[in-house]
Every structure is written in C-alpha cells, then in structure tokens.
Design a protein around this ligand. Structure first.
Ligand SMILES: [Zn+2]
Length: 288
C-alpha cells in the first residue's frame, strides 16, 4: 500500500480543456510533523497546507521554489510549507496560545495567505491575499482566480491521526479561445471529481482513482513524481547567520555558555558551535 504514497500525479483530458493533479502523502507529512508537538488542529492544517503546496508547486512552469504561508493575529501565529520543483518539502508552524477551535479563523484570527514564488532564474514574486472563506481550498481557488485568472478547483483531505494528506487540483487549460467551452468542460470534470471520497483519496492508486472518477473520459496520466521531506538547513547556513552577530556578542555568548547552539525551526536539528568551530569568525587571521 505504501507505494501509492508520497507521489504526485499529473493528468490531462484528451478531449476536454482541463488538467488535473493528485497528491497522496504519508511519510513526507509524518517527517514534517516529526518531533513537533502540535495540537491536532494545527497538524491537520499543516497537512492541508502541505498537500496544497505540492499541488501548487506542480503548476510551476520553471525550476524554483514556492512557499505558502498563513499568518495571523490568532493563537496560531503562522504556518508555512516550502516546496521546490523536485517536490522536496518542509514546513513549520508557530503556536503562541491555546487553540480552541479548528477552523481557520479560530486558529489564525485575522489572517493573510502569502504565496512566494522564487524561480531559480528570474524575479521573485509574492502574492498576498486576505484569508477569506472557511477553508484553505477556497482561499487558494480565490487566489488562482484573481492572480492567475485561471479557474481552479482544489480538494484537500487530511487524516491527522494517520498522518495522511491528499489533494486534487483541477484547472482550465488556457489552450483555446472558446472560453465558454473551457468552462463547460471544467464544470463537467469538477462535478465528476467532487464525488471523490476521503477514503478513495487515501487508498486508491492514481490510476484506479482516475478510472473511478472519469471512466467515460479519455484521460492521460503522466509519470508520477516522488514527494519527499527535505530540510535545507546546514552547518554552513547556521554559521552564516552567526556571522551577522558582532565579534563581541559571540565572545560573550561563548564565555557564558561554552557554545552557540542553533536549532532549525523546521526539522529541530541542533547545530553546536564551540570556540574551535567559530575560529574562522573570531580569529580569521589564523585560518589559511
Ligand atoms: Zn532543518
């Protein structure tokens, strides 16, 4: 069963102006939650955000990174997932108070969704939209409609307990001038897709799922892409951050604690820097 997990599948309809994606995650979701002790509702939201970010990453037409961040003035200060074109994902949430409800407003209060797209080559783009609507999928659909002018529909399904996160995306293909036909096609495929059940999204392999939903249509399924957890933190990046401190601040800290410890917010890995490791900053002239 495990081989249907942690994959993203793209598909196309031969005779309809619609494209689709399915993502089914387990290990990657589990790795992101990792040792963080999040409330259940936050784990649930991170699962949705993870599935959504995978779907969004797969819409990129170039190499690069995408981050989807929710930030607000509620007890959940922020939740963010970063992904790249290789479907390497990481994410973190910051909980500052007791979470008493499980909808977006209960958790985040007055909030925004910030989508940052960083191409490997080219300009970084950031889109900010107010977090309106009851669900993350509604917010994302609204984002696509306003910023990309692409009619999009997103289904997200998460079982926080079992650490399973799945999602589907449908989008009109901007490949025809017949806007009315595009929308008719989209409406037709949306209705078929809307019959998907959580259990099916969790358990069926992509091929079976497509057959179950669209057996009367001609659907082309592309090669699946693996999705994995990868944190980009490293000793070098921590060292670069320490270099932003003054020499005196570093000396004072080492004096008091013997070491400077930095813990990665995402994966919780701790990097230790003792005087020896900090020589390059403290006594650059002794380095050759
Ligand atoms: Zn890390």
């Amino acid at each position: 069963m495990s081989e249907n997990f942690d994959v993203l599948n793209r598909y196309l309809f031969d005779e309809l102006h619609v494209r689709g994606e399915i993502v089914q995650l387990k290990q990657c979701f589990d790795d992101i939650i990792g040792v963080h002790d999040y409330p259940q509702a936050v784990t649930q939201l991170l699962g949705e955000l993870l599935a959504a970010t995978c779907l969004l990453t797969a819409t990129l037409k170039f190499e690069g990174e995408i981050s989807v961040q929710l930030q607000g003035d509620g007890p959940l200060a922020f939740a963010v997932i970063n992904g790249d074109h290789q479907q390497q994902m990481r994410g973190v949430a910051q909980v500052n108070g007791a979470i008493s409800g499980s909808n977006l407003t209960d958790m985040l209060g007055k909030a925004n969704m910030v989508i940052t797209i960083t191409p490997k080559h080219g300009e970084r783009y950031q889109g900010i939209v107010a977090l309106e609507g009851d669900t993350l999928s509604q917010c994302l659909e609204h984002y696509f409609e306003t910023s990309e002018q692409l009619t999009t529909k997103i289904w997200l399904s998460v079982d926080a307990e079992r650490r399973q996160a799945s999602g589907m995306l449908l989008q009109v293909l901007p490949d025809s001038d017949d806007k009315q036909q595009q929308l008719t096609d989209f409406e037709h495929v949306s209705q078929l897709t809307a019959t998907v059940k959580d259990e099916e999204l969790f358990l069926l392999e992509a091929e079976q799922l497509l057959y179950r939903l669209y057996h009367q249509e001609k659907v082309r399924l592309f090669e699946p892409q693996a999705v994995s957890f990868k944190c980009g933190c490293s000793e070098d990046k921590c060292l670069a951050a320490i270099m932003n401190l003054s020499k005196q601040e570093i000396e004072d800290h080492i004096e008091e604690y013997m070491t400077i410890d930095m813990t990665c917010d995402y994966c919780q890995k701790t990097y230790h820097f003792d005087r020896q490791k900090l020589q390059i900053i403290l006594n650059p002239q002794t380095q050759h």
